[in-house]
Design a protein around this ligand. Structure first.
Ligand SMILES: [Cu+2]
Length: 540
């Protein structure tokens, strides 16, 4: 296995933007004049990479329930190792849900509860979080609510009852931290979800304390779609003309293994990544639904693209460009938390880790036999390409994009807010090493950071040093302002992740609605969240 080289041409890690600020005392404003496109460091693959737009786009299989009795859909999922053909002709060992990457899709209906029994046959503890789910705290996948593998021994820390010692890292090594509220199971755990929420694209992924980033990187991610009758009645493109697109970057060694700069490649005890990658791990291969730069044959008709950025740290700015150089409209109909009130038309769409967009693209005017490429304006070289559609035939199209999509978007106003809170998302020191901090503090599962009353509306003011996609569990929010001005067009609708770019401040407003208990908010740059950038949110 050859050591990957680092591509520093376009990306700046903490040795870049932050180091510059710290070393020469540049102000944030000065640094912004050469604002990096992404925060993180790119790994370069050692295996020969396939040409773009040749590999067919895979569509994740839909998981069948093992039972639908009693008004509940019950599913079973096994987390296990598998060797998958991600690059053509190359076998890549991965950690999977049900042996595939992405994992199987769960199709659910609003208001119909589901239970997913997860069985952990991986060599390490795992936790499943349903991102964007309006979930009860016991099934929200709190990072210390571990499902231990059958034979797991924890010689460093041990485990007694519900007490869990977890390793928190810094440059000084493993530091022990206790979480008296952790609920740990062995081998299996039932996760139950009410699905009492707006229809949207959710995703489930691993959320293990200190190891979320490498676990997702190895393959622990899948989609869940929530639907209801009102959305079905809109007449949006459906069936084969609705496509889930999970975008994620990866890098590969010359053996075809996934390459990741973990300090402990077994992901057993010692968390963290090598120093060059503290700002985030980027790959040089863009996967969509687990295939490199794929191509999909389509009708010359409208398509509904359900887009998720499942990358650890990479941001994209997506555009759809035809072979004759024309930019197609991206008609956004939904955000992280479901339908917008009305469509918003974009020429390009920025998407941060964990964000989702529901987008209609009309391919009717594209000549049969030609292509529309989905490109990433923030990429360079091969990371500029994402995927392509090849228009194969003319076809009838009875789909519609109604001018009004939804009437149920919350209309919270500033004057509704019981409190206004401020949170900074910045680099800092953590246990003698580098960390990523919220409000100057690294995550401690045993410390309650924010206590809110169930039903209260609050305004949160967020400020970032570098790119930090900030995610709240349980609730959706609306963006009130960005950089002291009106939100941007892509901030529309109900969100659960907001992309803060270097030096940016934004205000969000939400009602803490749903369930009492312990939840999280955190940065969804997965490396940052593993390095302290999470906080506890207690709803009482
Ligand atoms: Cu971050």
């Amino acid at each position: 296995m050859r050591e990957p080289t680092v591509n520093r041409r376009q990306v700046l890690g903490i040795g870049g933007a932050l180091g510059l600020m710290a070393a020469v005392g540049l102000s944030t404003a000065a640094t912004l004049s050469h604002r990096p496109a992404v925060t993180g460091t790119e790994l370069r693959s050692a295996v020969p990479l396939p040409p773009a737009f040749r590999t067919p786009l895979p569509l994740p299989s839909v998981l069948k329930p093992v039972s639908t009795s009693g008004g509940v859909d019950r599913y079973e999922m096994t987390q296990r190792q598998a060797k998958l053909e991600i690059l053509p002709g190359v076998r890549t060992p991965m950690w999977t849900y049900e042996g595939t990457f992405p994992g199987p899709t769960i199709e659910s209906r609003r208001g119909r509860p589901i239970t997913v029994t997860h069985r952990n046959e991986l060599p390490v503890p795992t936790v499943v979080h349903l991102h964007g789910g309006r979930s009860t705290p016991t099934s929200d996948g709190y990072p210390t609510d571990l499902v231990l593998p059958q034979g797991w021994q924890d010689p460093a820390h041990g485990m007694s009852g519900t007490q869990l010692m977890t390793g928190m890292h810094g440059m000084g090594g493993v530091h022990e931290m206790q979480d008296p509220r952790a609920v740990v199971t062995r081998l299996t755990r039932d996760y139950s979800f009410p699905m009492d929420q707006r229809p949207t694209l959710l995703w489930y992924h691993d959320h293990r304390m200190d190891f979320t980033a490498p676990a997702i990187w190895r393959g622990l991610a899948g989609l869940q779609i929530v639907r209801d009758d009102a959305e079905d009645a809109l007449g949006l493109p459906a069936g084969p003309r609705e496509l889930p697109l999970m975008i994620a970057d990866r890098a590969f060694t010359d053996d075809g293994d996934l390459c990741y700069p973990a300090l402990d490649p077994s992901l057993g005890q010692q968390p963290g990544v090598r120093e060059a990658y503290l700002a985030g791990v980027l790959g040089d291969v863009i996967l969509v639904n687990g295939a490199p730069w794929p191509v999909h044959e389509i009708d010359a008709a409208r398509y509904r693209l359900r887009v998720l950025n499942a990358s650890n740290a990479r941001h994209y700015e997506l555009e759809a460009v035809s072979d004759d150089g024309r930019q197609l409209d991206l008609v956004q109909v939904g955000a992280d938390q479901g339908l917008l009130a009305a469509p918003v038309t974009h020429r390009f769409l920025p998407i941060a880790p964990a964000e989702r967009y529901d987008v209609i693209v009309d391919f009717a005017g594209v000549p049969v036999g030609s292509r529309v490429r989905i490109l990433n304006r923030l990429g360079s070289g091969r990371t500029r390409d994402v995927m392509a559609f090849r228009v194969a035939r003319r076809a009838a199209d009875h789909s519609r994009v109604p001018r009004v999509l939804a009437h149920d978007l919350p209309t919270w106003r500033r004057s509704d807010a019981a409190r206004v809170r401020d949170f900074s998302f910045r680099a800092g020191r953590m246990r003698g090493g580098h960390g990523w901090l919220i409000g100057g503090q690294p995550f401690d599962p045993a410390r309650t950071d924010v206590t809110v009353r169930l039903g209260d509306v609050e305004v949160w003011r967020l400020v970032a040093d570098v790119h930090h996609p900030v995610h709240l569990h349980l609730v959706g929010f609306r963006v009130l302002s960005r950089r002291g001005r009106a939100p941007l067009p892509h901030d529309a609708g109900l969100k659960d992740t907001i992309s803060l770019r270097p030096g940016e401040a934004a205000e969000i407003i939400t009602r803490f609605d749903g369930y009492r208990g312990r939840y999280l908010f955190h940065c969804h740059n997965a490396e940052h969240e593993d390095m302290g950038m999470m906080a506890n949110l207690e709803i009482i």
